[in-house]
Design a protein. Structure first.
Lengths: 350, 350
DNA sequence: GTGAAAGCGCTAACAT
DNA sequence: ATGTTAGCGCTTTCAC
């Protein structure tokens, strides 16, 4: 039947050296002559040897695997990050294993952490919200790097985008187009980054001397559906906004759908700007003006930070914040001066 | 500092039994008295013991982990499947690790396979296209179950949706609405399931005696952008279709955007039906009529099949095909009898 | 029902 | 530059 999976022992025997020498050769460690090394490598390749990373890890060494913890795979957001991390890991000669965290059960988190650190040299946690997971992570025995959450309260090195600054960019863009009544569609309050965006919105409004009414802030949950629903509240205002800034792109899609549903047009009647720049946003119709998160760069940066931690170099509490970027597309435009918005409702109120 | 991670040895010592007894108790194996078992369990829980699955696997046993191989995370399609698989695995007391395959390099696949099978008891391969990966998988030493590809050529047990039947449903739905000129936006030809959908389209057209012109079949690649572009070819036809069936939902979004761009409306001027029913489809505007793949059920079914294989029960070449379901929403409607489509072009041709 | 011994594949630590 | 020994944490086998 299928031959036994080749082990280090086989390689060593065939090469006529000790396992240790073979190991050193395969791992590119010093202490092996060039000839020996080449020979070992050749043989390993010949017989299709693949190191058993399970054994590697068990024997106390590194195994070149980084583990990713993510709450869910179903947002383009995390997909983008994971994709980027995978690429970066490969680039650094590492493999990557993804572990999805489902529920908020403390016990589960403890187990999962145990599991993932048995398998990997370090953990990349894509944890936008302050999850219980963080508590579990605190007891980790391998390095941890948190993505998308400033490590302020976690104490872990972190990589995130400048959510605050990005929000400022968004509002400034709208203001430049002449918009005065700018609404914000808030997202999940438990997400640090989202709160930062809201702060950016509020502060910029203040700085620019624009109206800051509570009614101009709608409560969403980052989902398209919810965004769709609450948009009507904004539209129904006595003095509706001429522009809406949403906490994420997904919400923006819902907002645009709702605006259309109300018989208005984007950006002619109302401008919409999102946050994230997920792939869908460019393809959406109208193409979405948004604030771009540099996913690739964030991922690469996170992987590098983690690798540094694993190697024992790198500050323990490094916080990296990457700049966000305004991407102007078709969903924002100059404010309409003529006030002939929402004919339907004007009839009602007449 | 942080206490040593508790091991089986610690548990055994504290319980005053041998490691073997502790192991049996923890794994629910027979040969342990109820009292002993309870005591061991209690202690393990107390000291926060988590089994080292790495050691477990190395020592030749199972470790209760199933590995998922997927080409990419960036489609809602695979996300849905993985999500479902995760749930199913948890339900069965297993953990799940995801491994993303990037490139089509044979060597990589060999390594990755070696890696993933070191970590898991079995592999779930989400492999819509005939990837080189399959070749590597053929030498796997753990059970493999393929999702979304009938195992005809792989020899692995498989779980997939009835793509052919689903396509028939789609065309029949359109035909019932009075559509005669029904176009198909094809997808990636290397994907078996997509080819099946096209067959279903063709055969149903034939069966219903509807026109089957080559020009009514546009070549896409499952992406929204590509769909957007090629839709104009369809629209520019001397006698354009009144309905378009797309190989997947993502494409349908592009088609709808293009139709709008051309100044036409969905479904008033042209009906559009997709395939997949990803979450976005319900939220899209207009809500997309589509053929639903039962992702949850597929995932559950696949996990169960894999578990059966791992347990040594279950036919080696089991092929499960789940029925697809028509979901009627707002993107399809009765055919327009008046021929006043595409005013723009009619002017040109006049 | 329980335990002791051996070993999975690898690498650190200490030889030589 | 290379080899030897020990052991990672667990489960198998075989004993009692």
């Amino acid at each position: 039947m299928a031959k036994q999976t080749p082990t280090l022992e086989h390689v060593a025997k065939l090469a006529g050296v000790s396992q240790m020498t073979a190991s050193r050769a395969l791992n590119g460690r010093p202490g092996v002559s060039r000839e020996t090394r080449d020979e070992v490598l050749r043989i390993a390749s010949d017989i299709g040897y693949v190191v058993n990373r399970t054994a590697q890890k068990l024997s106390g060494g590194r195994n070149g695997i980084i583990g990713i913890i993510t709450p869910t795979l179903d947002t383009q957001f995390s997909s983008e990050l994971i994709l980027g991390a995978g690429r970066a890991a490969r680039g650094a000669g590492c493999e990557m294993l993804v572990y999805t965290v489902f529920d908020e059960d403390r016990h589960t988190h403890h187990d999962l952490l145990g599991l993932i650190q048995q398998f990997s040299d370090g953990i990349l946690a894509i944890l936008p919200r302050e999850s219980l997971c963080l508590e579990a992570l605190a007891t980790a025995k391998v390095p941890v790097v948190v993505v998308d959450q400033r490590g302020t309260l976690t104490g872990f090195p972190s990589v995130s985008v400048d959510n605050y600054g990005g929000a400022c960019l968004a509002v400034e863009h709208l203001a430049q187009l002449g918009h005065k009544r700018i609404a914000f569609l808030a997202g999940d309050e438990t997400i640090e980054g989202v709160r930062d965006r809201q702060r950016g919105y509020r502060d910029t409004l203040a700085r620019l001397g624009l109206p800051r009414e509570d009614s101009l802030v709608a409560a969403g949950d980052l989902s398209q559906m919810m965004a769709f629903d609450v948009t009507f509240d904004l539209l129904d205002l006595a003095e509706p906004p001429t522009a809406i800034f949403t906490a994420n792109d997904q919400s923006a899609f819902g907002v645009i759908a709702a605006i259309r549903e109300a018989g208005l047009r984007v950006p002619d009647d109302i401008s919409v700007i999102g946050f994230d720049d997920i792939p869908m946003s460019e393809q959406f119709h109208p193409a979405l003006t948004t604030i771009r998160q540099p996913f690739q760069q964030m991922a690469r940066s996170a992987v590098n930070t983690l690798l540094a931690q694993i190697a024992g170099i790198g500050a323990a509490s490094q916080r990296i914040t990457l700049p966000a970027e305004l991407v102007v597309r078709d969903s924002t435009g100059p404010v309409r001066t003529k006030q002939r918005r929402r004919a339907r409702h004007q009839i009602v109120s007449t």
